[in-house]
Design a protein around this ligand. Structure first.
Ligand SMILES: [Zn+2]
Length: 125
């Protein structure tokens, strides 16, 4: 469960509640249609949440570097050894967007051309 985020837990809970709701269908109630619709909606919502969690984990596994690094995205190129904070940096070419922590981990160093404007934008001194 370590890699699972909040969405996954909520999604599974919704599925379970929906399935329990389906069991209610065996009972003789007048609101069977509503019960069925409610249960199906819960299960579908749960599956969607679980799917979303797989695709966009709400809690990415902490890599080396600060939390700020993990939140900050930079651009790297296959051949270069610099990471760029400015997507419009000259000569960036086919850049890939990665978390700053990952770029640092892979040995990329900041590009001096666009680092200055980045620092200005974010008020970092
Ligand atoms: Zn640059």
């Amino acid at each position: 469960m370590k890699n699972k985020g909040k969405k996954f837990i909520v999604g599974v809970t919704l599925c379970v509640v929906g399935i329990i709701g389906l069991f209610g269908l065996f009972a003789e109630t007048e609101s069977r249609a509503a019960l069925l619709a409610g249960s199906v909606v819960l299960i579908v919502a749960g599956i969607v949440l679980v799917f979303l969690d797989k695709k966009y984990p709400s809690k990415p596994k902490a890599e080396s570097g600060s939390a700020e690094d993990a939140k900050t995205y930079v651009f790297i190129t296959e051949n270069g050894k610099k990471y760029h904070v400015d997507p419009d940096c000259p000569g960036i070419g086919n850049a890939k967007r990665v978390p700053l922590s990952k770029a640092k981990k892979q040995g990329y160093t900041p590009c001096s051309k666009c680092q200055y404007s980045y620092m200005n934008n974010f008020g970092i001194k």
